[in-house]
Design a binder for this molecule. Structure first.
Ligand code: ACO
Length: 334
């Protein structure tokens, strides 16, 4: 009994492999501006770059769904980890743009990946914080011995819920997926996690439509009060990073790379300044991907792992913030 309790407590959760996928259709700001101009909506590369840092985003073609992107990212992460479908005993998809109302995108993905031995599969819905929420849930299940190897994916087709007549939101988002394979390990791993939500702020970022009686009720496109979101994001991202560092007995100096949710370069720069991190310590993909919501952190992580910036032993601070309002951080050794 004691031996078992001891072995469970000494388990850590380690990232064994990463993967990501972007749909091939890439739109630069100029491409998007030209498309919007046809509907009489005016925007420009200069405005988008100056306010957000975004230069391009990828959009899915008709008929491509969230689980299609998730499948590609998951296969790449499994290949990087050197594991197959039979090795995965937990599957979590973080998404706000699922294939269907139900079943979960994770269940649909499980079928596509050929994971046939009954591993649990479910979605986590925490909008742009979804990936840090899903990582935290997987970490808990691994450290308690419930699962040994988990596939955790952030995947989104936000282009499906954008109002292309609203220039204040439609220029900000993109589609994509990122994935990690997590495994139980005697070495760390995830060092600390910190999650929060505050439901008083539902209205500043939401997609208020619903389905009833076979009809879509309300508006199924994204609504955002950009300035309220901006202020909230800047505040909570610093708090979450500091809380995760405190829990791990670490300080600002113990972060090798910050991988924040890729919403807006100005929010990311502000967080980095508060944590006293130079620009070279922040992984930035928002310029090429736009805001891919739950997919943005694992997409950025995989980008920096594959280009060699992130190496084994580096200490990473992953941070999400989004609708709900939700926010959180995961501090880990890669
Ligand atoms: N192109 C050209 N002009 C535009 C556009 C556009 N795409 N969008 C807005 N404008 C105009 C506005 O109409 C306004 O014009 P006016 O002064 O004549 O009225 C002007 O630009 C300024 O608009 P603001 O909304 O005040 O611009 P702001 O500097 O606040 O930037 C932005 C807007 C980029 C959305 C900013 O508020 C922001 O980044 N907020 C954070 C929200 C965010 O990143 N959300 C992502 C989802 S949430 C998440 O992931 C955490």
């Amino acid at each position: 009994m004691n031996a078992m309790a001891h072995s469970v407590q000494s388990l850590h959760t380690r990232i064994a492999g990463t993967g990501s996928y972007l749909p091939p259709r890439r739109l630069s700001n100029a491409d998007l501006a030209a498309q919007l101009a046809q509907q009489g909506i005016e925007t420009s590369d200069d405005w988008i770059v100056e306010r957000t840092g975004i230069r391009a985003r990828h959009f899915v073609d008709d008929g491509v769904v969230c689980s299609d992107l998730a499948e590609q990212a998951a296969r790449r992460a499994m290949e990087a980890a050197g594991v197959g479908p039979q090795d995965i005993d937990l599957l979590i998809v973080a998404t706000s743009t699922p294939d269907m109302v139900f079943p979960s995108t994770a269940a649909i993905l499980q079928g596509k990946l050929g994971i046939t031995h009954g591993a649990p599969a479910f979605d986590v819905q925490a909008v742009c914080s979804g990936f840090v929420y899903a990582l935290t849930v997987a970490d808990s299940l691994i450290r308690t011995g419930t699962a040994r190897r988990a596939l955790v994916i952030g995947a989104e087709v936000f282009s499906r819920i954008l109002d292309f007549k609203d220039r204040t939101t439609c220029v900000l988002f993109g589609d994509g997926a990122g994935a990690v394979v997590l495994e139980a390990s005697e070495k760390p791993g995830i060092l600390s996690t910190d999650l929060h939500a505050d439901g008083r702020h539902v209205g500043i970022l939401c997609t208020p439509g619903t389905v009833s009686g076979g009809q879509v009720l309300g508006d199924p496109t994204l609504k955002m009060d950009g300035q309220a979101v901006f202020k909230m994001a800047v505040k909570v991202l610093e708090e979450a990073a500091r809380a995760a560092l405190d829990k791990a007995g670490a300080t600002d100096a113990d972060i090798d790379f910050l991988i924040p949710h890729q919403a807006n370069i100005r929010i990311m720069q502000s967080t980095a300044r508060k944590l006293k991190l130079g620009e070279d310590r922040v992984i930035v993909t928002v310029d090429q991907h736009g805001n891919t919501s739950a997919a943005s952190i694992p997409l950025a992580l995989d980008t920096a792992v594959r280009d060699g910036r992130i190496q084994r032993g580096h200490r990473l601070m992953l941070e999400g913030v989004g609708g709900g309002f939700t926010w959180g951080a995961v501090y880990l050794v890669y």
